[in-house]
Design a protein. Structure first.
Length: 318
């Protein structure tokens, strides 16, 4: 594995400092943290629990800030291991990190400091919610934050060892959703766990399709994720499998009497999922032509999450 020691060449295009930091945070990827948090609360409200709005807002703020910290710390260690080297114009805009480090817009020390501040804010929010709601919040929070930090940080860096996709499935599904539910309900529920797997599996598919355009850079940098280990052809199957399982959970839960029929609204995103799969099969070896599939997957996750949230909010109405 090669560590990057050369200085980045400054990007010729001028950006304001706020624009640089917004780009560094990759805010378009933060929604997959926020939606499970809202979903967990909505499930609790549908179970008759009185909304705790201040705690709800703190959960959403905490998971969003933690995700921004995750984005930044991933950029730092991928850059240091020579994974993210392409300039913005050379790569798929939905993959390969924010690009601010190889463009010389920020130093890795600046971004690492910002990530630490994000994690510090998350810790403060988590400690307050633990005080207000119980130790389960602390347990889930510690697991989630450890996963964020150790995803690319040595020596663990499990995202480099074929476990990153599973880690994201667990954290962006059950961990966030169950945590948000517990803050509202003071307990855990099997229904919440099962419905959380829909967004968790979609996060699995999202990370897989985002890793495919980075195959060459990841392989050269020693980032042995599942796409690198199994190849791009197999990755198409991993992507499709995640989506298939995600779409099967709502009808399964309805048939078992666990979910209300409203959760079938999740199928509203199927046309975009089908489009993304068609593009992926055709252009899995062409990172730039694959970009519409990456964008479609972002829409799939968002539409599915919003549909599930709407279903549970409707179920909570008198």
């Amino acid at each position: 594995m090669r560590l990057r020691t050369d200085a980045a060449t400054p990007d010729r295009k001028r950006y304001s400092r706020p624009e640089v930091w917004l780009r560094a945070g990759r805010l378009h990827f933060v929604l997959p943290s926020v939606l499970p948090g809202i979903l967990g609360a909505a499930v609790a409200w549908s179970h008759g629990h009185v909304p705790k709005l201040p705690e709800f807002l703190l959960v959403i703020l905490g998971v969003a800030v933690n995700h921004i910290g995750l984005n930044m710390i991933d950029d730092v260690f991928d850059f240091r291991h020579a994974v993210d080297r392409k300039k913005t114009g050379e790569k798929n805009p939905f993959t390969g990190g924010s690009g601010v480090l190889p463009a010389g817009l920020l130093t890795d020390r600046e971004m690492l400091t910002a990530a630490v501040l994000c994690f510090a804010a998350t810790i403060l929010i988590g400690l307050y919610l633990t005080y207000r709601c119980g130790w389960t919040v602390l347990a889930l929070g510690v697991f989630g934050m450890a996963s964020s930090v150790l995803y690319t940080m040595p020596p663990v860096k499990f995202g480099y060892r074929g476990f990153g996709e599973l880690g994201l499935l667990v954290n962006f599904g059950p961990v966030i959703t169950l945590g948000a539910y517990f803050v509202q309900a003071g307990r855990l529920a099997w229904e919440t766990l099962l419905i959380s797997l829909v967004l968790g599996l979609m996060m699995w598919s999202m990370i897989v399709i985002n890793e495919i355009p980075d195959y060459d850079a990841d392989r050269q940098g020693g980032k042995n994720n599942l796409v690198v280990l199994l190849g791009r052809d197999a990755a198409v199957g991993l992507y499709a499998g995640g989506l298939l399982l995600a779409y099967l959970i709502p009808p399964l839960g309805v048939c078992l009497g666990i979910f209300t029929p409203g959760v079938l609204l999740a199928w509203i995103s199927i046309p975009w999922a089908g489009r993304s799969l068609i593009i992926l099969r055709r252009h899995r070896y062409d990172p730039l032509r694959l970009a519409p599939a990456n964008l479609a997957m972002i829409k799939v996750h968002a539409l599915t999450g919003l549909a599930l949230i709407a279903a549970y909010i409707i179920a909570s109405l008198p």
